[in-house]
Design a binder for this molecule. Structure first.
Ligand code: VGL
Ligand code: ZN
Length: 196
C-alpha cells in the first residue's frame, strides 16, 4: 500500500494567512493531480488552542521569531495561526478534499508544539498516524505540503524512524526560508528520505 501525506495545507499557511508560506498556494493543483496515484491519502492539520505556547501573543515581552526554551525544548514563537475551528485552520477550497481518507490533527496540547504529523516535539504523545498507516499495511509514504523546513521535514524524519519507505515530492512543498529549506533537504537526504 502506498500513501500520500499532505502536510498542513491550511489557509493560515497560504498567501493572505497569518503564517503564510510564499507561493504556498502554487503547489495545490499539483497535489490534486497526484492524488490518484495513491491507495490512501492522509492530510494533517495544525490544530492549536488559542492559548498555545507557540504563539508569541501568549508570552509577555516576546515577539514573533523569538526563541524560548521550555523543558529543554527550543520553541520558536509564531504569530497566532491555525486556531481550532477558525477560518485559518481550514483546508483551502481548491484542495480536493473529497479524495482525503483521513485527517490527522496535531498541536492540540497548549503546552507543546508538534511540527511532526506523528509525534509532538518532545515525543511524548502520538497523533495515531503511525498506527493508522501500519493498520492499513502501508509500506511507502510520500510527503507534500507546508512548510518544507518545519512540518514537512519533521513529519518525514519521523516516518523514516517509524520504518516507512519515505519520499518527499519536492515540487509539491514550499518553505519559509530558502537557505533553511536547502539545509532541510540535506538533512532529510542524510536521514534516508528520498527526494524526488
Ligand atoms: C508549521 C510553524 C508552526 C508548519 C506549523 O506547518 O510548518 N510551522 N506551526
Ligand atoms: Zn503551528
Amino acid at each position: 500500500m502506498k500513501a500520500l501525506v499532505i502536510v498542513d495545507i491550511q489557509n493560515d499557511f497560504l498567501p493572505g494567512g497569518s503564517l503564510s508560506v510564499p507561493e504556498g498556494d502554487k503547489i495545490i493543483n499539483s497535489i490534486n493531480e497526484i492524488m490518484d496515484d495513491y491507495d490512501l491519502i492522509i492530510a494533517t492539520k495544525d490544530w492549536h488552542p488559542s492559548d498555545h505556547i507557540s504563539f508569541a501573543s501568549n508570552h509577555q515581552n516576546k515577539k514573533v521569531g523569538d526563541v524560548i526554551n521550555i523543558n529543554k525544548v527550543d520553541q520558536i514563537l509564531w504569530p497566532n495561526h491555525c486556531v481550532q475551528e477558525s477560518f485559518g485552520s481550514e483546508f483551502p477550497k481548491n484542495l480536493d478534499f473529497s479524495k482525503v481518507h483521513k485527517v490527522i490533527y496535531k498541536g492540540q496540547n497548549s503546552n507543546i508544539d508538534s511540527y511532526s504529523g506523528f509525534f509532538d516535539n518532545n515525543k511524548d504523545s502520538s497523533t495515531g498516524l503511525s498506527d493508522f498507516l501500519k493498520e492499513k499495511k502501508v509500506e511507502k509514504v510520500d510527503f507534500v505540503g507546508l512548510a518544507t523546513e518545519y512540518c514537512v521535514k519533521f513529519t518525514a524524519l519521523d516516518s523514516v524512524k517509524e520504518g516507512f519507505y519515505s519520499r518527499v515530492i519536492t515540487k509539491c512543498t514550499k518553505g519559509l526560508d530558502e537557505l533553511e529549506c536547502k539545509n532541510a533537504f540535506d538533512e532529510m537526504r542524510s536521514e534516508g528520505i528520498v527526494l524526488i
